[in-house]
Design a protein around this ligand. Sequence first.
Ligand code: PEP
Ligand code: CO
Length: 447
Amino acid sequence: MTDPWTPSSWRDRSAAQQPSWPDEAVLESVLKHLATLPPLVFAGEARALTSALGEVADGKAFLLQAGDCAESFESFSADGIRDSLQVILQMAIVLSYSAGVPTVKVGRIAGQFAKPRSSDTERIGDLDIPSFRGHLINDIAPTAAARVPDPNRLLQAYHQSASTLNLLRAFVKGGFADLGRVHQWNQEFVASSREGQRYERLAQDIDRALRFMRACGIASETQPNLHEVDFFTSHEALILGYEEALTRNDSLTGEWYDCSAHMLWIGERTRQLDGAHVEFLRGVGNPLGCKLGPSATPDEALAICEALNPARIPGRLTLISRMGADTVEDALRPLLAAVRDAGHPVVWACDPMHGNTYTAVGGKKTRHLDAVLSEIAGFFAAHRAEGTWPGGVHVELTGDDVTECLGGAEEIFDADLDDRYETMCDPRLNGRQSLDLAFRVAELLQR
Ligand code: PEP
Ligand code: CO
């Protein structure tokens, strides 16, 4: 791990979860082209996120990381981007207003196109065809031809990320995120629900506070932080050729940044200490995440801290636990204690989704909101017991009115799953379920 790092030094390590590209020459020419295209983010923005996450590591702020399991080339629209942003902004308002802590907002968006798979192949009828790996790599249609990895998809993903990011920047800096518009973020299908009404009451409180502030001479037109928000992008850094091609030397600091997103994370299936993903990410200056599932040991967690954040920069590393509702408390406590005792300034975030997925009676992958909330409660309990800060949540959601996860105040049952099951990969919370989750997290934070 102490060998010199270069943007391509990962190529000497074994890289899990990489597609078998049919033609290496085509891949190399696409990567060369990508390397000439403008970076999607600026290194200074990544540093701003590290410093915001440093506040989280210090127990002074909370991280909300949320978005799609996998973005799609097909269901790509301005409305979809706006609706996802709206839900995240609503959740952040609930968290900040109810719990009184600043919320750092990071989307799983503008680059979340690649999926690790538990099996390389999928059985369709009596054929084994390559698994779907996300639109960065192949198509979801269940035919062998559709599943052939196509390097041109890397370019399409880059361009879709650029347009998504462009619209997000316009929304969050151009007035859409103005605190005076909190009511307008409440989408119709959410507004009519119990959670939506609870949100509406909170929005009225905020209105009153804004009127009071205006009377005191503080108005959103003159106060950028009432008018704009900071919103960051993130995705799993899975396909390392793509990430390498977007890695650039920052002229201000001379350091390397992966300019495909502000924050990159390593998934549960690619966190091998001697593997290519850890090697690649240790050398870029961005804030990093690493998933930790129930098999993670305290020694592994410490080794990941040492590998990815040897300088112990607060906010540089977020450890994202995804244990499952029944195991989280017991599995997490030893990790919290070890990292705390070693003095590593990490952000601890709870992914309550990936340890609670199962196949429903009708054959659809789902998650029950009760299990999701129960994992979050266990995460908070573990932190309370160890005296550490439950720094954030990492969730899969959409602004669309989907029926993919069960439960919620307006309960979704097994039989409803077929109604609007639209995800390409894992089941996502809809707007109502997401708001419900935000209120529960705010209650836990208030204790
Ligand atoms: C994900 O976040 O979509 C994912 C695949 O998670 P994990 O690596 O934790 O399984
Ligand atoms: Co997922």
